[in-house]
Write a protein that binds this ligand. Structure first.
Ligand code: ADP
Length: 354
């Protein structure tokens, strides 16, 4: 097991005038044994970052260290990592056993040792009864476990996961998430896990790196990222439905939007242009409230309902319990907002101010 350091890591594809910089200086210190999720929308650079740790992409600038070794110039095989891919990449003509054993055979690990490691991994992953099957005789979830087994038998210092669950259906994905968590508790191997799915990130991560357009927007525990998003991007990306973000002008305890001035339960941290953030689950429809919401649409989700409407001209979402009284479309209802759930962001930098 090992720590991982990313120091001012930059990646450019191409060179000279046509160079396209896709990672803009990422710094992160990952402790030995941590489970880190890298999350962000498609194209933000997650896979590129992971592939640079793996040694599948060159690092244009900066350093990546695994343990106390800078690995920039090392081949993937010398980095003591094991990677689990989205498409599993199993050999179709080999049995489950041979798929797991293959890398060890190539590395000339003694046969008895291979047998012990494969049997142990198979037991952890509940594959012991399936070792003589071929991949085509397995379900998607079982193939996924074989791919993990192949990583486990290598006994690497670091596991790298590149969207390993995206080919599974929703139910199996949830189940496999639990298995990965259990595996991490048992083996304690430092892990980097890439996904575009914020729910997957929130449920798996001990800490998460939220990426946007090649930059790290925030690095923190799921609780920190949810409770104190560092930027409007993180506020909008983590949490479903996303945080409401209202652009307006603060003046003491009032916040002027286009078409409505909101009373604030506590004065804004400063006057002038600001973005007010509040999550749909943190506001209530109540006659004691003072923000007037014109209801435009209601969605029933079972245990809860989403009420969409406008505060002045601004779109605003409220999440209410499925058992709460249902507002009527076209009517105006009052919204109550607790002071402790209001977030403030700078209009220029989009960074958190309070
Ligand atoms: P993600 O994994 O977050 O979807 P990627 O790391 O795959 O994003 O890609 C980040 C950016 O780098 C994207 O704009 C993508 O088009 C670009 N990119 C990825 N691979 C290459 C490549 N081999 N050559 C040029 N550009 C690339």
């Amino acid at each position: 097991m090992a720590s991982i350091s990313l120091r001012k890591v930059i990646k450019r594809y191409g060179s000279g005038a046509s160079a396209n910089q896709v990672i803009h200086g990422v710094d992160a210190e990952i402790s030995d044994g941590e489970f880190i999720v890298i999350v962000g929308p498609s194209g933000c650079g997650k896979s590129t970052l992971l592939r640079m740790v793996a040694g599948l992409e060159e690092i244009s600038e900066g350093d990546i260290a695994i343990g106390d070794r800078v690995v920039n110039k090392l081949e993937p095989a010398q980095r003591d990592i094991a990677m689990v891919f989205q498409n599993y990449a199993l050999y179709p003509h080999m049995t489950v056993y041979d798929n797991m054993a293959y890398g060890l055979k190539i590395a000339k690990v003694p046969k008895a040792d291979i047998e012990t490691r494969v049997q142990k991994a198979a037991k952890i992953l509940e594959l012991s009864q399936l070792l003589q099957r071929k991949p085509r005789q397995l379900s998607g979830g079982q193939r996924q476990r074989v791919a993990m087994g192949r990583a486990i038998v290598r006994q690497p210092q670091v596991f790298l996961f590149d969207e390993p669950l995206s080919n599974l259906d929703a139910k199996l994905r949830a189940q496999t998430r639990l298995e990965i968590q259990k595996l991490h508790t048992e083996l304690g191997v430092t892990s980097l896990f890439v996904t575009h799915d914020q729910v997957e990130a929130m449920t798996l991560a001990q800490r998460m790196i939220v990426m946007n357009a090649g930059r790290m927007e925030q690095f923190g525990t799921p609780e920190e990222v949810y409770a104190r998003p560092a930027t409007t991007f993180v506020a909008g990306f983590i949490g479903s439905p996303p945080m409401n973000l209202l652009h307006g002008r603060a003046d003491g305890a009032s916040f002027g939007l286009t078409g409505q001035s909101l009373d604030l339960p506590r004065p804004a941290p400063r006057n002038g242009s600001l973005i007010l953030g509040v999550r749909p689950e943190h506001v209530r429809l109540s006659n004691q409230g003072s923000w007037a919401l014109k209801v435009e649409m209601i969605e029933m989700l079972g245990a809860e309902r989403l009420v969409y409407g406008r505060l002045g001209a601004a779109l605003f979402t409220v999440r209410i319990a499925g058992t709460d009284p249902v507002p009527i479309m076209g009517q105006t209802v009052m919204v109550q907002v607790p002071a402790e759930h209001i977030h403030w962001f700078d209009e220029q930098t989009q960074a958190r101010v309070a």
